[in-house]
Design a protein around this ligand. Structure first.
Ligand code: ZN
Length: 858
């Protein structure tokens, strides 16, 4: 074979591939897009295949066959491009993306500054890094439906902020600007669309920041003196115009927008007879992929007006692409290619897609000596259109989804010529509809790093990711571990196809599923928790869990204690019989006498390497399974916390890790099912706690309101954590359950305190919540993470007592973070403070305060 059949990634996957295509390689050319999509076809060809590839589980919506081919052919004739910029997963206007990608058939991208790490998770307990990984995959799933590509910067969503200045302080203005410029220079959009205005009307400070950076990047990308270090790989790029996708919250804002010069109105409700949907309907499907944010929504039919306003560059008068040639004529010598591709479109017959092949091959031959980034991209699209029109199926599958460094995957490459077009592969004719395969053993280098998402490989710098390889910056996902190459001859022309190797299996409920290949350690060293609290001076046993990933493994587990702490023993040997089996090793940890903090570090020496990472598996039906490799470290916290309530019932809502935290205090925690709540004897619990968003997600809570009232009447304590103002089960109206949040009326609002250091004023110094059993002082509010709290009460009945006043800088004082009232012989506490973040992070003051809440009725 004259060329290698496999490309192994990393260490420097993109660089490897770029050696031969050094300058101005368009992003769509890099086979890393959607690398773990359900069908790997998409890897190289998001643009052309975007219509149909790998729609997630709801496969009945998949566009395929003639419609798919027709759309791909039409797209070949269009050379325009557009990029939308905003701050978060879900900021994007999916209808507008669908209109551009599906309707106008231009290359379309969404650049989200962040991966949405700071939001709340509606489907599970993942937060931070893991939530960012989920949202990344949700965006990729959405893009497969609306047809756009996805990009990110290194910025991390650090939570809600009211000003763009705070965002720039946390991210570093120039660092994120350079990323926006970089993605623009690589994608080369004709038009850039901002989702936000860059003013306080955008709400979130990160929204404002996205528009401010977008404006600056519009000109900076074209200026060779800005970020000149990028010019090693890319050229300066001047987009024709910068537009704002105007939105209006109020009638005044609407009138303002209507008066703006250079406004283009678009009907996003336009029906596309080839797709069988309107862009509004596609937008609904796409948006509903944002499941971790609870963005499930209607697929709207009918007219849907939307406006775009030019904010920089040449003002558009009639159309977004005014004065931009989006045909082949913009390329030198492109007219001839365009003519042939247009003819292919005109001659397309549903029954005989293969009849356009001679024209596609003719266009391809004409492109051979043309050197232009547009042609480079189109060449790949034409090759994929040839595969589509000829019914050619190409794939690479592995015998397993995990391998260790130094191990190997058995890769089966399969080509099926599903029509009668003469083709050859590996020197043999491909006969009609007969699978032709080649099996290879592909070794994984011993130096290969684990398949950690590329943005999580290095320690973060503040609120940005560290990505040493410039060529990875901006990419939505990590390049695949193995990419297979196929050289197929069609009518005398050799066409190279690339496919990421994937693992495929049949789930008995969900049907066929796929996942990316992963390089994993031989054994995962799973730390006992993110943080362990020692509420008294007593020693505790902690368990480190080892899991074999690649056959039997034996070795030594070592646990290092911080100074002042003792761990017995410091090493233990282990032996695990087979893949998937676990061994739990117990260590005795003796804390120092007084308050202290440190890190317990666990590591294993096995098979000649040291492993100091665990494995966190994220598996939801709407995205491919994801694996993270968190360090095997545990934060140890020694702080006195007294707890009077030992037996706690917990009503889990959207998902949080508070029950495990309460167990660390020495409490026994029982998760209450709807059945338990309705029927079991609640009086055996000292306190009942509702998890985050429990009233939004558990209709049984409302149904059993009287049972909770009776429970308090008889001496029980109920502690209610935050709920959102909307998103009641099955609708977007305020949840009726919120009307019954407490024993007396209260109204929940959007009030929140986003600055984690915001002063907490004690408004009722004699409140028992501040004294029993733990004496609360200002020190207990030190070291909080991300925020103070959210969805505070804004109005409440006079029976409630307030405890704290807190607010963000320059905002009005808020008293509704915590309310409490005696009720019968018991007590009720409402708190919007973010215990779901602070407790798992091991913040001692949060533990002490929460322990007091649990004891309110004592
Ligand atoms: Zn947002």
């Amino acid at each position: 074979m004259c060329r290698s059949t496999y490309v192994l990634h990393p260490p420097s996957p993109v660089a490897h591939r770029l050696n031969c295509n050094f300058r101005a390689v368009p992003l769509s050319y890099l086979p890393v897009m959607n690398s773990n999509s359900r069908t790997m076809r998409i890897a190289l060809t998001t643009v052309i295949f975007a219509v149909t590839c790998g729609l997630p589980a709801t496969a009945q919506r998949e566009l395929s066959g003639a419609a798919e081919t027709r759309v791909a052919l039409e797209k070949l004739t269009v050379t325009g491009s557009v990029m939308m910029i905003a701050a978060h997963p879900d900021d994007e206007n999916t209808a507008l993306l669908a209109y551009f990608a599906r309707g106008r058939k231009v290359r379309t991208a969404y650049l989200s500054l962040t991966r949405g790490e700071g939001g709340q998770n509606l489907i599970g307990s993942e937060q931070g890094d893991a939530l960012g990984v989920i949202r990344t995959q949700e965006l990729l799933a959405a893009r497969k439906i609306d047809g756009a590509q996805q990009f990110f910067t290194r910025a991390i969503d650090f939570g809600f902020t009211k000003t763009p200045q705070e965002a720039f302080e946390k991210w570093g203005h120039d660092k994120i600007l350079s990323d926006v410029v970089w993605v623009i220079r690589r994608f080369q959009p004709d038009v850039i669309v901002l989702r936000f205005s860059g003013t306080p009307r955008d709400g979130h400070g990160q929204h404002q920041a996205s528009a401010i950076l977008g404006r600056e990047a519009f000109s900076a990308a074209a200026d060779p003196n800005r970020f000149p270090e990028q010019l090693k790989w890319v050229k300066p790029w001047q987009a024709k115009r910068l537009m704002w996708n105007a939105f209006s919250f109020t009638r005044e804002q609407e009138q303002e927008t209507e008066k703006m010069k250079g406004r283009i109105d678009i009907d996003l409700g336009e029906y596309d007879p080839v797709l069988g949907y309107s862009y509004g309907e596609i937008a609904g499907m796409s948006r509903s992929m944002h499941k971790s944010q609870g963005m499930g929504t209607f697929e709207r039919k009918g007219t849907q007006k939307n406006s775009l306003v030019t904010v920089a560059g040449d003002v558009a008068v009639h159309d977004v692409f005014d004065d931009i040639d989006i045909t082949w004529s913009r390329v030198r010598g492109g007219d001839a290619v365009g003519a042939v591709l247009n003819e292919a479109c005109r001659n397309f017959q549903d029954q005989h897609p293969e009849k356009v092949l001679p024209l596609l091959l003719q266009a391809r031959a004409k492109m051979t000596d043309m050197h232009d980034p547009i042609v480079e991209r189109k060449r790949t699209e034409v090759d994929e259109a040839i595969a589509l029109a000829s019914g050619l199926s190409i794939e690479a599958t592995a015998d397993k989804y995990e391998a260790v460094p130094g191990g190997s995957f058995k890769i089966t490459r399969t080509v099926i010529n599903r029509q009668s077009v003469p083709m050859q592969w590996n020197g043999k004719d491909l006969s009609r509809n007969a699978p032709s395969t080649a099996v290879d053993n592909v070794p994984i280098l011993a130096s290969e790093p684990y398949s950690q998402p590329y943005w999580l490989r290095e320690p973060k710098q503040g609120d940005t990711y560290t990505v040493p390889d410039q060529l990875l910056i901006g990419l939505p996902d990590t390049p695949p571990v193995i990419e297979s190459e196929f050289h197929i001859r069609v009518d005398g022309q050799e066409i190279d196809y690339k496919r990421a190797a994937i693992y495929r299996w049949a789930d008995r409920v969900l049907g066929e599923r796929e996942r990316p290949l992963e390089v994993v350690p031989p054994v995962a060293v799973n730390a006992p928790a993110k943080a362990i609290l020692f509420p008294t001076g007593s020693a505790r046993d902690v368990d480190v869990e080892l899991k074999a990933t690649a056959g039997p493994v034996a070795g030594e587990l070592r646990v290092e204690a911080p100074s002042g702490w003792k761990i017995e023993p410091s090493t233990r040997s282990f032996q695990i019989g087979d893949t998937g089996q676990e061994s739990v090793l117990r260590f005795h940890v003796i804390p120092p006498g007084s308050d202290a903090r440190g890190a317990l570090k666990a590591s294993v020496d096995a098979g000649g390497r040291t492993v100091a990472v665990g494995m966190e598996i994220i598996d939801y039906p709407h995205i491919p399974p994801q694996i993270l490799f968190p360090p095997s470290d545990t934060k140890l916290v020694r702080a006195d916390v007294k707890l009077l309530s030992k037996n706690i019932g917990y009503i889990m809502g959207a998902g949080d890790e508070v029950p495990d935290s309460l167990r660390q205090l020495g409490a026994e925690v029982t998760l209450l099912s709807p059945d338990d709540l309705a029927k079991s004897n609640l009086s055996r619990y000292d306190a009942i706690v509702t998890g985050v968003r429990a009233y939004n997600t558990r209709p049984d809570l409302r149904a059993n309101e009287q049972r909770l009232l009776d429970y308090m009447q008889n001496g029980g304590t109920v502690v209610v954590q935050y709920n959102t103002t909307e998103g009641g089960p099955g609708g977007d109206r305020p949840s009726p359950a919120l009307a019954h949040l407490g024993p007396y009326p209260m109204t929940i609002s959007h009030d929140r305190v986003t600055v984690e250091e915001a002063p907490m004023k004690f408004v009722d110094a004699s409140s028992p919540l501040l004294h029993r059993p733990n004496e609360i002082t200002e020190r207990d509010f030190e070291g909080w993470i991300q925020e103070r709290g959210l969805y505070f009460a804004s109005k409440w009945a006079p029976e409630y007592h307030t405890v704290f006043e807190t607010h963000d800088p320059n905002e009005k004082p808020l008293l509704g973070s915590t309310l409490w009232t005696p009720y019968g012989k018991g007590a009720y506490v409402f708190t919007g403070l973010s215990f779901f973040r602070e407790l798992p992070a091991g913040v001692p003051g949060a533990y002490r305060l929460f322990a007091n809440f649990l004891s309110a009725g004592k």
